[in-house]
Design a protein around this ligand. Structure first.
Ligand SMILES: Cc1ncc(COP(=O)(O)O)c(C=O)c1O
Length: 403
């Protein structure tokens, strides 16, 4: 029995939710058009595409925000011991990762941080390694900043994704290679990298003098059958070349509050990053509501997060059984983390656009696998972070489209 209610659908249309309002409220697209443009407006479509959850956040977070709202004065706001202590204790307790408060830098998001890290620590034309299929804004950040994308595709073997370490070593040794952006856990394929794999990555970066940017925003969304290890906890020998991007926004469903943590153990690098933030006018104060929510989530949200993971596990089991019995041509890549499922539809013999057309005609929006790199062609990515009744309806529509 879950103490928290994840079953009750919450109407999100009309709340400026980008996930739910595309096609209805034009402005919602202005800042974040997806590759391929806005999907057409279907009657009552179910959006299963974007990585935000249809659940209200932890009650402890809402209570902290409500209390702060009641105060009514929302001036420029700094950071306090409660904020840093919450982060330090969370990292230690949940991930065995000891961090120093000086290492923690806040800004408006993981992707803004990754872009600014690229600008701070690499030069135009430098090579940056990414491992597709991967969350496409990461590859875009490399290209939009005029850096060279060094792709090291993951290998998909026997239903599981692995890193290609041989190719990784070769790319890392290329002249001009300067950084590697690791997605850990990996969106969209759901892998949680083992401590051995992480050490191999960190050693390759060390041996080739690459900066290792570890995007761990999904780390707290790891299922019982995997163990998430933060790259930050591997040991001080890696600190000189390591930046960890994290925060509470994915696990506690707070991405609209625009607050992320960039953890930089090396003081020289931190100073350089602060200089970039200063030059972007990103220095004066923190996001009041984002930092209030993050503090409450890490201090008092753990029970809710466990309830969430239990509910997501149930949703995952539902989809797993549904596919096995009613859509056996579709192969689910069993996730170790993430509320996003990566499903191999290649046995249907449809192109990505054909798959998309059919699903949209049936009133369900998912992400096309090719969005994440050519390796994703014929796959779809869909969220399960919604009440079961919504998921059931989505699966029925998927069956109507592809069955
Ligand atoms: C791997 C990964 N990194 C970063 C982000 C975006 O983070 P933010 O909203 O803090 O920029 C996402 C969102 O889905 C993600 O999946």
């Amino acid at each position: 029995m879950n103490t928290f209610d994840f079953d009750e659908p919450r109407e999100r249309r009309g709340t400026r939710s980008i996930k739910w309002s595309l096609g209805e409220e034009e402005g919602a697209w202005v800042d974040y058009p997806p590759a391929g443009g806005a999907p057409p407006q279907e009657a009552n479509p179910l959006p299963m595409w974007l990585a935000d959850m249809d659940f209200p956040t932890a009650p402890a977070v809402t209570a902290a925000l409500r209390e702060r709202v009641e105060h009514g004065v929302f001036g420029y706001t700094g950071l306090d011991d409660a904020f840093y202590d919450a982060i330090i204790e969370w990292a230690q307790r949940r991930h065995g990762w000891t961090i120093d408060r000086d290492w923690v830098v806040t800004n408006s998001g993981v992707m803004p941080a990754i872009n600014l890290l690229i600008q701070t620590f690499t030069a135009p034309g430098d090579g940056i390694i990414v491992q597709p299929p991967v969350f496409h804004p990461i590859s875009q950040a490399v290209e939009y900043n005029g850096r060279r994308l060094l792709n090291n595709p993951l290998r998909y073997e026997a239903g599981r994704y692995e890193m290609d370490f041989g190719e990784l070593e070769a790319l890392a040794a290329e002249p001009g290679a300067r950084a590697l952006i690791l997605c850990s856990p990996h969106n969209p394929v759901g892998r949680v990298w083992t401590v051995e794999e992480l050490r191999m990555v960190a050693d390759i970066c060390t041996n080739n003098e690459l900066l290792l940017i570890s995007d761990e925003i999904h780390g707290d969304l790891t299922y019982d059958w995997a163990d998430f290890v933060s790259t930050g906890s591997l040991g001080p020998q890696y600190h000189g070349r390591l930046v960890v991007c994290t925060g509470a926004s994915k696990a506690f469903n707070l991405p609209g509050l625009k607050t992320a943590l960039t953890v930089i153990p090396d003081q020289g690098r931190r100073d350089d990053f602060h200089t970039t933030l200063r030059n972007q006018n990103e220095m004066f104060g923190a996001n009041l509501f984002g930092t209030t929510a993050l503090t409450a989530a890490y201090r008092a949200g753990e029970g809710w997060l466990e309830g969430l993971m239990g509910y997501l596990s149930g949703n995952l089991e539902y989809v797993t059984n549904y596919l096995a019995t009613r859509l056996p041509q579709l192969e689910l890549v069993r996730p170790e983390a993430l509320y996003l499922l990566w499903i191999d539809c290649r046995a249907l013999g449809l192109s990505g656009p054909e798959l998309d057309d059919r699903l949209r005609a049936a009133g369900v929006w998912v992400e096309q696998g090719a969005t994440y790199g050519a390796e994703g062609e014929g796959f779809i990515r869909m969220t399960i972070a919604c009440p079961r009744v919504v998921l059931e309806e989505a699966m029925d529509r998927i069956e109507r489209a592809l069955g």
